[in-house]
Design a binder for this molecule. Structure first.
Ligand code: TNX
Length: 512
């Protein structure tokens, strides 16, 4: 595809405009800086505020959120937008009109910066176009996340959801609880391959783990620089602190928070852990404190509080949790988890932030005002909307990019699958399922869980080009030509120019 995501309306015209060097760029603010950065890196071209044919930015209040108009004529380039976001996406489209090498490290000849004449009117179908990255199961480097922001922006994706904590590791520094990163971010090893059957989810450790200590956490400075770059690119970074399940790493650091007394270290295997936070005032207070610091680290962002896969066996055995259940009349797992979550939802909501949780909370009688992130199917999306909740679609069958993409042993080990490109192409149909409350569907996102993703190169391999097909659908509301490698065509050359380790079709008979 020449332009991905495909714009709402495109009319191609005769002729071209060759970018002069230096390039006059008038107004534009942060978006003009993005254009200048890229042209300088790829082609050594500088920009100036002088007169003459160049790029003119203009505000047009009649254009809606994120919308823009881009007109290229032999006389120059005119961009109008209603807001900063629209201007930024116009710049991304302009870059896609240039030769694909403009996305690379350069050098390309300044004389090759030629744009075809065209008139484009464009706006997204969905306002939430996200990419989730799990940095907890394997600690993924900040350099990878910074690269990911650039690639997300090129796809007009606007939310980076960071899954920062899980049973296997805690990646965000919390000043009040230093052991979260000192102890909770390191595990003594990782189970290689798939968990052997039976799936002994209550096990703390598997003696067969590889004995390679794994872990790490980001620094405050790293997080601040990630958020700063994201802001420049028009991307919101949403942190997730998964609770009250998926908390074994925190329990290893502060055993008094748990509902059992034998967690020694963050988990060395995967699956659903039975070691969860106790139903105690102390555990609720801990979560509140953590969320307070997280809200400070990620100013203004939505806050995700997890809520998925929380087994309740320990709550019945642990005297403190059992006493809480008795005191508050909590007679089921659902009621008990709802008691926990309600307190944190009201705490975050009081700050005016959007609060997001996985769709399990629907069964629990989700607290009012929560945005539901649905990992199940279209029926669950419709159900959440029917009940009046705002919804973000993350259906596993279409958006879980940790699953393999091709059948056969030429592909590396994954959690399961495959989820081929052609299947990912079905997301838009899911999002079109009729609901009474379509305006409650904010959009959707791609998911990269990292049980089997140990390096950033592997992350890229899982993310692209399936992520391109998803970005297309979230922006344009339909898959267009993005559902096949042949249809993606030129966009694949763009991914190559960006030096992304995207997943090529395996050659028959090869083994990796
Ligand atoms: C389900 S769906 C999970 C994750 C796993 C993932 C693996 C959901 C919210 N939780 O904990 O990593 O499956 O595909």
């Amino acid at each position: 595809m020449r332009l991905l995501p495909s714009p709402t309306k495109v009319s191609w015209h005769e002729g071209t405009f060759r970018l002069p060097a230096p390039l006059p760029v008038r107004s534009g603010g942060p978006s003009a800086r993005l254009l200048a950065e890229r042209l300088l890196t790829a082609a050594g071209v500088t920009t100036t505020g002088d007169g003459g044919p160049g790029v003119d930015f203009r505000r047009d209040a009649s254009l809606g959120a994120e919308a823009y108009r881009l007109v290229v004529s032999p006389a120059g380039i005119a961009i109008s937008a209603g807001d900063d976001a629209g201007e930024r996406w116009a710049v991304q489209t302009l870059l896609q009109l240039l030769p694909v090498q403009v996305h690379g490290p350069g050098p390309m000849a300044a004389g090759d910066l030629v744009v075809p004449c065209v008139e484009i009117c464009d706006r997204p179908v969905f306002s939430w176009r996200g990419s989730m990255v799990d940095v907890a199961r394997h600690f993924l480097p900040m350099s990878g996340l910074l690269l990911h922001l650039e690639v997300m922006a090129a796809h007009k994706l606007n939310v980076l959801h960071l899954h920062l904590t899980d049973d296997q590791g805690w990646r965000v520094p919390i000043a009040k609880y230093p052991r979260l990163t000192e102890v909770g971010s390191w595990r003594p090893g990782t189970l290689p391959g798939h968990q052997p059957p039976p799936d002994e989810n209550d096990r703390d450790d598997f003696p067969q783990h590889d004995g390679v200590r794994h872990g790490g956490a980001y620094t405050v400075a790293e997080i601040r620089s990630l958020v700063a770059r994201a802001t420049e690119l028009g991307i919101t970074v949403m942190p997730e602190i998964d609770m009250p399940g998926h908390m074994e790493a925190a329990i290893a650091a502060y055993p008094q928070l748990g509902a059992c007394d034998h967690v020694q270290h963050p988990r060395t295997c995967f699956g659903v852990s039975h070691h969860v936070l106790a139903l105690s005032d102390q555990a609720v207070e801990f979560c509140r404190d953590v969320l307070d610091e997280v809200m400070e680290l990620f100013p203004g962002s939505p806050i995700h509080i997890g809520g998925d896969e929380c087994p309740a066996e320990e709550w019945y055995d642990d005297p403190v949790s059992a006493a809480t259940m008795a005191a508050h009349g909590l007679t089921s797992r659902a009621a008990a988890q709802a008691w926990f979550e309600r307190q944190l939802v009201s705490h975050v909501r009081a700050t005016g932030r959007r609060i997001v949780a996985w769709d399990e909370v629907l069964e629990l009688g989700a607290p009012e005002g929560v945005t539901i992130m649905v990992w199940r199917d279209a029926a669950a999306i419709a159900e959440a909307a029917r009940r009046g909740f705002e919804v973000i679609a993350a259906p596993a069958k279409y958006t879980y990019l940790d699953y393999g993409q091709y059948d056969g042993d030429a592909q590396p080990l994954t959690i399961g699958g495959p989820v081929p490109l052609a299947q990912v192409a079905g997301l838009a149909d899911q999002l079109r399922q009729p609901t009474d409350n379509n305006e409650l569907l904010l959009g959707g996102q791609l998911q990269l869980w990292s049980e089997y993703v140990r390096t950033w190169a592997r992350a890229e391999y899982q993310l692209w080009p399936r992520g391109s097909a998803l970005a297309q659908q979230l922006w344009a509301g339909e898959v267009g030509e993005a559902g096949t490698l042949a249809g993606l065509g030129r966009h694949l050359a763009r991914l190559t120019a960006m030096d992304i380790n995207w997943c090529r079709e395996p050659l028959a008979g090869t083994k990796s």
